[in-house]
Design a protein around this ligand. Structure first.
Ligand code: CUA
Length: 328
């Protein structure tokens, strides 16, 4: 049934309408300006396309005596020279003015965040008012609504591209260079961001979440993140923490407050249980997903730096996964 060949793609097409990763649902003034520019270009292009197709049909089907009156120097001069020159000049001025408006320098009170791209995850560093590092998190950025966010972007390896379509356009992360992007989230909610520059086989699984909070809620989250990891409240979770140390996880991952867990090759896990996803958008944040990730990281995301710990026994794996998920 050739008519159904594209049916499996339907869920993908419908997913594009959900709006949490969409240029068509702007949630910042910067994204508003980009959306308006896109609509002007799409609409203008559609009108011109229809007009040209109309002329083509007219030329094909109308009486040759009548079409002869339309053709000639005037049509070429006005339709082929003056119209495109004027239209393109207006659009150039308009698009440059939009581009200037959405790349203005940040306000004094901007929330400052540094983002470092890695193959294939995002390191996110929060700075205080004086520019000192407060804490590090991964694969999620949180910010209050109504306050500009200045994201300083660079990379630890290859070129990546930072893109939260609901908030702004794309900005590259370039080795040895810092790019900045500024936007002001307008409403609370969770948006999805995605690496927008091919950076290796797992590029498609280099996602993150942007969570916009009401200001008071954001302050609570900041307070939580500043604290070290919580003490395990049960023997099972304590066993999980012991396993984390025993299997050397701390050589790559930092857990603030846990001795020997100060690696910085992989994501900081101090509050990993509070994030919307794990493994850069690859899995939901559940105990089962942690377990699955630990035993088959290389199957779920081949060639990432995390080895698969296939030989862990069941009780140890369950405790380790539960402890990680409890780190809120
Ligand atoms: Cu990072 Cu694509």
């Amino acid at each position: 049934m050739p008519r159904c060949r594209y049916l499996p793609l339907l869920p993908l097409a419908l997913a594009a309408c959900s709006g949490d990763q969409s240029v068509l649902r702007p949630r910042s003034p910067e994204a508003d300006a980009i959306e308006t520019l896109s609509m002007v270009l799409f609409t203008g292009g559609a009108v011109i396309f229809v007009a040209v197709m109309g002329l083509v049909l007219y030329a094909l089907f109308a009486d040759p005596d009548r079409t002869r009156r339309l053709t000639g120097d005037h049509l070429v001069l006005w339709g082929g020279l003056v119209f495109p020159a004027v239209t393109l000049a207006i659009l150039l001025v308009y698009s440059i003015s939009v581009s200037n408006a959405v790349t203005r320098p940040p306000a004094q009170d901007a929330l400052r965040v540094e983002v470092i791209g890695h193959m294939w995850w995002w390191e996110v560093r929060y700075l205080d008012e004086s520019g000192e590092l407060e804490f590090v998190t991964a694969n999620e950025i949180r910010a209050p609504v109504g306050r500009p966010v200045e994201v300083a972007l660079t990379t630890a390896d290859v070129i990546h591209s930072f893109w939260v379509p609901n908030l702004h356009g794309k900005m590259d992360l370039i080795p040895g260079h810092v790019n900045r992007i500024v936007f002001t989230p307008r409403e609370a909610g969770v948006m999805r961001g995605q690496c927008a520059e091919f950076c290796g086989d797992q590029h498609a699984w280099m996602a993150f979440h942007f969570v916009a909070h009401e200001p008071a809620e954001f302050e609570e989250w900041l307070e939580l993140q500043r604290r070290p990891a919580p003490e395990p409240p049960t023997p099972m979770l304590a066993a999980g923490r012991e396993a984390f140390v025993a299997y050397g996880c701390g050589a790559c991952h930092r857990v603030r407050g846990l001795e020997g867990a100060d690696g910085d090759l992989g994501p900081d896990l101090t509050h990993v249980g509070s994030r919307p996803s794990i493994a850069a958008g690859r899995l939901d944040n559940t105990v089962g997903a942690f377990g699955g990730w630990i035993v088959s990281a290389q199957h779920l995301k081949p060639d990432n730096f995390m080895p698969s710990f296939e030989h862990l026994d069941g009780p140890t794996l369950r405790a380790l996964a539960a402890w990680l998920e409890s780190l809120e």
